[in-house]
Design a protein around this ligand. Structure first.
Ligand code: RIB
Ligand code: CA
Length: 316
């Protein structure tokens, strides 16, 4: 089976780390062409440093390109309250043995997509600033982008505010450019990611594991559990993992194509993704594929299986 070319655009970030790890566990299905970073959970310097340390932790010299330091228009904010001062909770990965491949993620994305053998799937799991700049600066890449598997938005609710998800809230203008681009999109919003994660018992098992990868995941999720207040801190929704899990196991999800409009106002509804969930309205396949339901138990079973697979792949 041909492997899917992917580039992960991220702001690691605890759940970004798990998404990247999940992709590495599935390199038999995914050809990771690179990682681009964007300011979001933490500053661009910190998220880029985390990405470099993570690929070094796995001894994978995956190209890392540093991207946007701030949103297109809005003030930069970070999610220290969820991901900690380093962006990795209290966990300290060893220094990276690899150096930054590029300090310009936009030209890195353009060159990598244009030169790729076949189309490329982008996996944006942070604010969409880089992706918006890419398609506005180099529109010639659009025809070579197979899919945007985006973690962002929500059909209902929010986490940064009562009605906006952090990645879209952080840079709503970028999100509007991307959602209005007509590039095929799969949207993993909070409505689905709050169904996909690990509970306190799962995390305790990982914490007590002797495996290098499973223990690291346990440590960062133990911190995360205290910051992302879903179910009163008893459940860690691993938002970003959803955008990778969809690519390797689409069969565990149910979806509907629907229009998604991003609110770019200044007020309370800033960053709201208005999704047309009216069940009597149908949209064709050119509209975003919005994930609505997931087999949560199967998601958890697969995620834990892949985490322990990484222990075996990278036994110290
Ligand atoms: O709202 C969740 C999203 O915001 C995730 O991508 C998390 O890493 C943060 O970036
Ligand atoms: Ca993220």
């Amino acid at each position: 089976m041909n492997k899917r070319n992917i580039i992960i655009d991220c702001d690691p970030g605890i759940d970004d780390v798990i998404a990247i790890s999940l992709a590495i566990a599935n390199e038999d299905k995914l050809n990771i062409l690179g990682i681009s970073t964007v300011a979001g959970n933490q500053s661009i310097e910190k998220v880029t440093n985390n990405a470099l340390k993570l690929v070094s932790f796995f001894d994978k010299n995956i190209k890392v390109a540093q991207g946007s330091k701030c949103p297109l228009i809005r003030e930069k904010t970070v999610a220290k309250y969820v991901h900690g001062d380093t962006g990795m909770g209290n966990y300290e990965l060893p220094p990276s043995k690899f150096s930054l491949y590029s300090n310009n993620a936009i030209t890195f994305l353009r060159d990598t997509i244009i030169n790729a053998d076949g189309k490329v799937t982008l996996v944006p799991i942070g604010p969409l600033t880089n992706i918006a700049l890419l398609i506005k600066t180099f529109p010639e890449v659009v025809d070579k982008i197979e899919l945007l598997s985006i973690m962002g938005g929500a059909t209902i609710g929010g986490n940064r505010t009562s009605c906006a998800e952090f990645n879209v809230w952080a840079d709503p203008e970028a999100a509007r450019i991307v959602f209005d681009s007509n590039i095929p999109i799969v949207m993993s919003g909070l409505n689905i990611t709050h169904q996909t994660g690990l509970d306190k018992n799962d995390i305790s098992n990982l914490l007590n594991s002797q495996g290098a990868v499973s223990h690291m995941v346990g440590e960062i999720l133990d911190f995360y559990l205290k910051g992302d207040h879903v179910n009163g801190g008893t459940f860690a929704p691993i938002h970003d993992a959803c955008s990778i899990m969809y690519l390797i196991h689409p069969e565990i999800y149910e979806y509907k194509h629907m229009e998604v409009k991003v609110d770019c106002s200044e007020g309370l509804s800033r960053g709201n993704t208005v999704t047309d969930v009216r069940d009597w309205v149908t949209y064709d396949e050119s509209y975003p594929k919005v994930l609505l339901q997931v087999n949560s138990e199967k998601f958890k079973e697969l995620l834990i299986e892949y985490i322990y697979k990484l222990d075996r792949m990278f036994e110290r």
